[in-house]
Ligand binder design. Sequence first.
Ligand SMILES: [Zn+2]
Length: 160
Amino acid sequence: MAELIQDRVEKLKDLDVFVYHGKIYIPNTYTAGIVGSRFLIELRDNKKIMGTRCAECSQVYVPARSVCKYCYAQLDDWVEVSDVGTLQTYTVDGHNNAVQPVKPPIIYGIILLDGATTGLVHMLSEVDFEKLVIGMRVKAVFAEKRVGSILDIKYFKPLV
Ligand SMILES: [Zn+2]
């Protein structure tokens, strides 16, 4: 690695550029914000999926957000949406990497929950790949131990 960096420095030495060598380790913590916190607390404490409704254009955002992306109105009208919805699209991820929440293969889908107008990205399970169909009805399965994370919804499964 050092050799590669030195090679690049040599190639740049006659150019008028600034080169900085370094390594960055950035541990971090960030807030979910007021709206994100309420959304996650409702999942954790009450197994409720909450959205925010826009009084101007009637969009119901799930997860909840503070500003309407269409008309920029402040959103403070909280609504509980159903834990049942319709699968709008999906993909199957077979890659194994550190950021995956569970071991692959993982089915990711966008679910339009009843009462919402925006899709929620989440995982699906308890379904055969061959039986995945856009438009199928699915229901949230909550984790037994909830911690205030979107993964407090463990996954969605077909509604039977
Ligand atoms: Zn709006």
